[in-house]
Design a protein around this ligand. Structure first.
Ligand SMILES: NC(=O)c1ccc[n+]([C@@H]2O[C@H](COP(=O)([O-])OP(=O)(O)OC[C@H]3O[C@@H](n4cnc5c(N)ncnc54)[C@H](O)[C@@H]3O)[C@@H](O)[C@H]2O)c1
Length: 427
């Protein structure tokens, strides 16, 4: 453990909380968030994002900011005044025109600027376009604090690579890219992370390189998934089983095993727009990045059309047909509904005049209602349906006896290609 380190984590969501918990096993940590409800649940030892087990969280919680190790969570800015490392983990969403929305990053920089002191280091973890830390955040820190960057205070950037719902690749087990505003600060930032990340660290030569590395990791995934989505569309027309083709091709050592599907969430479907925006700002119109986005954003409509084609093939009436959609979260075994593209499937099915029922044992019905105005059930509806769409591969869905819930001649569409039974349709 390094001496005299006091860490503030700004933003206690999917990224901030696991990091705060990890640092709190060795250092005094104050977790700061603007949402009272989030602070209340955390101080009660509960993490509704399910990223940190309640017992594990409770082991590090302390009732007042500690001088030794432990995590204290608060909405009170005065509690972070004595910290010397500020780590910012706030959301970086896009607006309705797919443009980066830097509001949380700007607001949280204003907060940190108000408590910034000489020799402090501010490390950003939020995913951004290359240049955002130095061009957007640093001037705010300077303005709010009256201090000079790289003279009085310093900065770092260390992107997060966790994967919501993934209990294997937890924060300490993922190699961490680090960087600093000077070589010496880069080393300090790297040392700090190296003291808790068991998988090790990689110090990038600059903040911009670290920012760019993160944003291309997710853009690369987006483009690869877009490619297999295009393949699924082609093979469906050729009446070839896409899963079987991918399985056969995957036997080659360097074939990348991506699967077709809906691309949602707070990262892969968002981050490429950050890179695209920056590219456009400097006069380059990205073609491949935006083509990938366009393809993946079209998949909800495509899935709904394929379901309706199955109805036609099976002589099923479409108007008022009862369709059960299984899953609304953006991925399996995780409660995160941010940017889920299942809503596109639902909306398109409704546009065809069908009646859609949604069952998801992981999503919070109140959150889905607030965000998308869609009603969801937390228990399997005990009715019969004309069609079932398996949209998310939650573990609870894998052993459902689908025949029990289907009307005669009803159809199943398996978006994720996970059902063993002979399904009627899949991507
Ligand atoms: N979710 C992931 O798995 C993941 C993985 C890698 C990187 N990232 C990136 O990490 C960043 C954070 O993502 P997340 O999923 O943890 O977001 P999140 O929405 O789960 O959490 C963000 C937290 O920040 C708080 N917050 C918002 N504005 C604030 C402010 N001004 N001051 C203090 N707190 C504020 C919110 O209340 C929330 O609790 C994003 O840039 C994201 O792209 C996320």
């Amino acid at each position: 453990m390094k001496k005299d380190i006091k860490i503030a984590i700004i933003g206690l969501g999917y990224v901030g909380l696991p990091l705060a918990r990890l640092f709190a096993t060795k250092y005094p940590v104050v977790g700061f968030d603007i949402h009272e409800d989030r602070i209340t649940e955390l101080m009660n030892g509960i993490d509704s994002t399910l990223e940190v087990e309640n017992e594990v969280l409770q082991q590090v919680l302390v009732n007042t900011p500690s001088e030794k190790k432990g995590l204290f969570c608060t909405t009170d800015i005065s509690a972070i005044e004595n910290c010397n490392y500020y780590i910012v983990t706030v959301p970086t969403p896009i607006d309705k025109n797919n443009k980066p929305d830097l509001t949380p990053l700007i607001k949280s920089s204003e907060t940190v600027g108000q408590v910034l002191k000489k020799k402090d280091i501010v490390i950003y973890e939020s995913t951004v376009y290359p240049g955002a830390t130095e061009e957007v955040c640093i001037p705010i820190l300077e303005k709010e604090s009256g201090l000079t960057f790289n003279t009085h205070f310093f900065a770092g950037y260390s992107p997060e690579r966790i994967n919501p719902g993934d209990k294997e690749h937890t924060v300490e087990k993922i190699l961490k890219v680090t960087s600093g505003s000077t070589i010496e600060i880069g080393e300090k930032v790297d040392d700090l992370y190296a003291s808790v990340i068991t998988a090790g660290t990689h110090m990038a030569p600059s903040i911009k390189v670290a920012e760019a590395a993160k944003v291309i990791e997710n853009s690369q995934r987006d483009i690869n998934i877009a490619f297999v989505n295009e393949l699924a569309k082609i093979f469906n027309l050729l009446e070839i089983d896409t899963t079987a083709v991918l399985e056969a091709a995957s036997t080659k050592w360097n074939f990348l095993p991506f699967k077709p599907g809906l691309v949602g969430g707070h990262c892969i479907s968002v981050d490429p727009y950050y890179l695209a925006q920056k590219a456009q700002e400097v006069g380059y119109h990205p073609e491949i990045i935006l083509a990938g986005r366009k393809m993946n954003d079209s998949m909800g409509h495509y899935v709904a059309s394929e379901v309706i084609k199955l109805f036609v093939k099976n002589d099923l009436k479409i108007k008022n047909a009862r369709i059960l959609v299984l899953g609304i979260t953006f991925k399996e075994n995780c409660p995160d509904v941010r940017n889920t593209r299942v809503v596109d499937v639902i909306q398109n099915l409704k546009d065809f005049g069908t009646n859609v029922t949604v069952f998801d044992p992981w999503a919070k019905p109140s959150e889905v209602k607030k965000e998308y105005n869609i009603e969801t059930f937390s228990n399997m509806p005990q009715n019969k349906f004309d069609g079932i769409v398996l949209a998310v591969a939650h573990q609870e869905f894998l052993n459902i006896d689908f025949c029990k819930y289907l009307n005669k001649g009803g159809v199943i569409y398996d978006v994720k290609g996970v059902l063993d039974c002979k399904v009627h349709g899949k991507l």
